[in-house]
Design a protein around this ligand. Structure first.
Ligand code: ADP
Ligand code: MG
Length: 261
């Protein structure tokens, strides 16, 4: 294993103990037509590990995490999530969709459903949870993201920050083992960013395995076990946040940091 992919001590001990990684990408390649957007991407995320992915626009961050829950398909290499290799097998796809929660930049709530209905839809229809139980659990997650009082409103009646917290609660209602975030705060007004980041920090404290694409470097320093820097479809550097931000080894990362910090 290259130095760039060295694991944090607590994660390394879990790996030594033989725990399989929660997420494994091995030499993953993807093209859109002739455009090569993921180039031999290797990434291992241990159970409970928090990884922040950063990099310039167009570097393949969204494509990579969308491949992890099969919203996009890779063409070469292997992706294994919680021991299940991502293939065309419908069962593999089902497992991934249940175990991996995703939060997008645009909240993607159903506008014609209440907050509570947004949160109970998938548990009722995908997990077959009885309605009353799904509602009780949804209220618990809405309390956790601190908006239980909005349960009967519609998404359009909430602020962007509140909607994004609903999106997080909605994902949690499926009881995922892994959460993927794709720039969850970049569509928000500045005053709402903190409330969403605080929710994510709270989630990280529960031990959730997380991959977050974000340029919020304060968040990365607080939460990330590891930061992965991507550029032009490649993982260029990877390491603990302090190391990566204070001692970038490549000009590509130095250039990127000088633009965002
Ligand atoms: P990032 O999230 O780092 O900004 P993306 O993963 O969205 O990067 O995009 C990587 C590259 O793939 C970009 O050049 C983008 O234009 C291209 N791309 C993304 N999605 C598609 C798509 N559905 N069809 C064709 N090209 C795409
Ligand atoms: Mg993106």
């Amino acid at each position: 294993m290259s130095e760039a992919l060295a694991l944090e001590p607590h994660v390394a001990s879990a790996v030594k103990a033989g725990a399989p990684p929660a997420i494994l990408l091995e030499n993953v390649n993807k093209w859109y037509g002739a455009m090569h957007v993921l180039r031999d991407v290797n990434l291992q995320v241990a159970t409970g590990e928090r990884v922040v992915v950063c990099g310039p626009s167009g570097s393949g961050k969204s494509t990579m995490i969308r491949c992890i829950n099969r919203l996009e398909q890779h063409q070469q290499g292997r992706i294994v999530v919680d021991g299940v290799e991502l293939t065309d097998d419908v069962r593999a796809l089902d497992t991934i969709r249940r175990e991996v929660g995703m939060v997008f930049q645009s909240f993607n709530l159903f506008p014609h459903l209440t907050i509570l209905q947004n949160c109970t839809l998938a548990p009722i229809w995908v997990r077959r949870t009885p309605k009353a139980q799904a509602e009780e659990e949804a209220m618990e997650y809405l309390r956790r993201v601190k908006i239980p009082d909005q349960a009967n409103k519609y998404p359009g009646q909430l602020s962007g920050g509140q909607q994004q917290r609903v999106a997080i609660a909605r994902a949690l209602c499926m009881k995922p083992k892994i959460m993927l975030f794709d720039e969850p705060t970049s569509a928000l007004d500045p005053e709402m960013i903190k409330e969403v980041l605080d929710t994510m920090i709270g989630l990280a404290a529960t031990g959730m395995t997380m991959i977050c694409v974000t340029h919020e470097m304060g968040f990365a320093r607080t939460v990330a076990d590891r930061v992965v820097f991507m550029d032009r479809g490649e993982v260029v550097e990877s390491g603990p946040p302090e190391e990566l931000f204070n001692n970038p080894r490549t000009d590509r990362l130095r250039g990127f940091l000088s633009q965002i910090l």
